[in-house]
Write a protein that binds this ligand. Sequence first.
Ligand code: BG6
Length: 510
Amino acid sequence: MNKTENQILVIFGASGDLTARKLVPALFNLYVAEQLPDNFVVLGASRSDMTDTQFRNRVVLESSYLKEKIKDKDESYIKDFANKFFYEDLGGSYDTDYSRLRTRVEDLKNKYNTSGNIIYYLSTPPTLYETIAQRLADAGMSTQNNGWKRLVVEKPFGYSLDTAIELNKGLQQFFKEHQIYRIDHYLGKETVQNLLVTRFANSIFEPLWNRNYIHHVEITNAEEVGVEKRGGYYDKSGALRDMFQNHLLQIVSLVVMEPPISDAPEDIRDEKVKALKSLRIMKDDQTLYDNTIRAQYTKSIIDGNEVKGYREEDGVDENSTTETYAAIKFFVDNWRWKDTPFYVRTAKRMPTKVTEVVIHFKTPHHQIFKDSGVHDKDNKLIIRIQPDEGILVKFGVKVPGQGFKVERANLDFYYSNLVETHVMDAYERLLLDAMQGDATLYSRADEVEAAWEFVDPILKYWEDGKDVRMYGYAAGVWGPENADELIEGIGEWRNPGPNLTDDPGFCVIC
Ligand code: BG6
């Protein structure tokens, strides 16, 4: 276990939902696992008027997000945790003089002996990132001559390539790149990290991991929920900005990348950037028309309950052209992946919640078992990111009996079988990494920009391109029917169920 140095975590936007819902439960898990530093305090800062006690009640003692976790624990144990939390009211605006905040941080540092190490976690709207960074710098709170200072920022990181570049430049005026940690919570998921291990800690997959053996790659991210209470935000964002530009392109980069020289953060991040830079950017309207599909969910009945269509959701414009479904086909212009199609889709209001990567291998070059019916079934490697996390290999086996009838069988591994292992939640892992100064799972400036570079032309085309279509799909189905047409040759997506082995595999029981 790496040692975590003493430090203060300052959370801007601490009265917001993310702090109570994600950050504090993650900190509690670290507390239980004895991973917090010996001397550690959290200072919440935002524009609400609250005392330390009110803040502790809100995010710890009376928090519905912690209720289950703390119910069987000793009162004094919980109190000790709650007592690590403090609050500072910034007044009416984040754009203010931080000298009072600085004094508070100094006092806490001296009283709790946390040394000068500080993480500033910005859980605020992105429009405030640069302002807060500047105000911190103005108050002399970004200098590293008395302990390290790190700045953690949440997504969305930019709204387009231009705004992302601007934001990067803005932050880098006040914090050095190595001090900036851009969170992408998908990178905190064990199963996403396991992509690296599957590829580079085994010798059985990597030799096949290229255009010679892989027919195509399919990535699905489906959510059962709609936009819920986030209509206002989502309508200005859409599936491509909300999920694809960040989470899904991170997964793509891990599938596409070349082996890094080592597991050092910069070695891994260098390869991921190279991977993102090798995605073929779609430039002309015809290519964008042929390779991208967007759609919106419409009203329907699911399990007897009426479900609103996207345009009827609160905060959504009734004529909105924001996509809740995005499916993109693209190619990767490098030696390894030449001419191998990648299909990636993400959507809300699908039949189930699931994220998986499916590697479809080519069928054997020479078919011996011609009449076996197997030639139209490829070998697949399914990497299940969530739920029912695990890995499944589909391969051909002989059906007992005369002749050579071949069926597909499943070889599977489930994370849940590793009973003694505590699988860290994404925020828990990412927070601990930031506390220890490990940036492997955080996006670097050039990585974010490379992702936007690929996404920007699609967004522009969808905004005002020629013949752009917006399809509808009834809430609760697998998107618009014509999305299947995107899949060259095979003509359909793998529509997974909630369980990894959801399809009727072949087995011999006795
Ligand atoms: C967030 C998006 O980044 O990821 C949400 O803003 C989405 O719209 C969420 O619901 C999905 O995360 P997960 O971990 O539940 O797949």
